[in-house]
Write a protein that binds this ligand. Structure first.
Ligand SMILES: Nc1ncnc2c1ncn2[C@@H]1O[C@H](COP(=O)(O)OP(=O)(O)OP(=O)(O)O)[C@@H](O)[C@H]1O
Ligand SMILES: [Mg+2]
Length: 267
């Protein structure tokens, strides 16, 4: 082995704050969330006071026009960026109070991310991209490879494991990102437009996959979407407008007839 070669980090033990808890109803709770981006003299207020709670095992879709703050909200819930004001609680733990180790554990083990722009590592193959979070999570190279092959097969890419992102179509890259989000068996999946680049048939496969994880393993799914088929499997639909959640509907209150969404801006 080469000197100074980076080695995989030690397994990340679940921190005491998240251990041995009584069953907690709200897996995500946000309070008065405000996010301002400072752009010279021009401040952008992407979130203007967002409040909601999401229960363990819920499937929630967030809808809203382009620029309404969906991806910003995901970054806050996922502990990837800090709110300007307000609080995010995951399993009733205020994530602003986590130390670096606890936050790393949360991002690596607790939450699976499907980014709107995929965020795949360009020099790595599909297999390596999906294996990486498992290596970070302490799994052996052999086990992580086997599981990555399994996950890539689940999303229909069993024959593309050695392709790098630029050797894949947009929809295939999206499916690699979806497989990667499942790597460490997350309790929460944050999926930002996960079917945005997929044809109807593949999109439906992905929705069924997410719904299966949700109903069989009680994984909490939070998606940003405009896909009526996605809304159809959701327990609740949050409507965002200009940095606020201005309406929350239960699935049975939503009229999903074709045409209802035609007038909405797709983001
Ligand atoms: N890093 C940033 N710096 C400055 N402004 C930002 C930044 N990220 C987002 N914004 C602004 O914040 C607002 C919300 O952006 P966001 O990406 O959350 O919208 P979105 O609802 O996800 O839109 P889309 O449907 O197009 O993905 C937009 O006006 C955007 O221009
Ligand atoms: Mg977005």
């Amino acid at each position: 082995m080469l000197q100074n070669q980076p080695t995989a980090p030690a397994p990340i033990e679940s921190p005491a704050k998240f251990k041995d808890q009584l069953p907690i109803e709200n897996t995500v709770r946000v309070r008065n969330l405000i996010k301002k981006y400072e752009m010279g003299s021009n401040d952008v207020q992407a979130l203007r006071g967002v409040n909601f709670e999401i229960q363990r095992g819920e499937y929630v879709s967030i809808m809203g026009p382009s620029g309404s703050g969906k991806s910003t909200l995901f970054n806050m819930i996922g502990g990837l960026d800090k709110p300007t004001e307000g609080r995010v609680y995951i399993d009733e733990v205020d994530i602003a109070q986590l130390d670096a180790y606890e936050l790393a554990w949360l991002r690596c083990r607790k939450i699976g991310y499907i980014f709107q722009s995929f965020n795949l590592i360009p020099v790595m193959t599909a297999l390596e991209n999906v294996s990486l979070p498992m290596i970070f999570g302490g799994m052996t190279a052999d086990d992580s490879r086997d599981k990555a092959v399994h996950l890539l097969s689940l999303v229909g890419l069993g024959d593309r494991v050695q392709h790098k992102p630029l050797e894949l179509s947009g929809g295939q890259q999206q499916r690699v990102a979806i497989a990667r989000s499942f790597a460490n068996d997350p309790a929460i999946v944050l999926a930002d437009e996960p079917t945005g680049n997929l044809d109807t048939h593949t999109g439906l496969d992905i929705i069924n996959l997410l719904k299966g994880l949700n109903s069989e393993q009680q994984v909490t799914i939070i998606t940003a979407t405009h896909d009526t088929k996605m809304l159809d499997v959701s327990d609740r639909i949050f409507h965002m407008e200009d940095g606020r959640v201005d309406k929350i509907e239960a699935r049975d209150e939503v009229d999903l007839r074709v045409g209802r969404l035609d007038g909405e801006e797709v983001g």
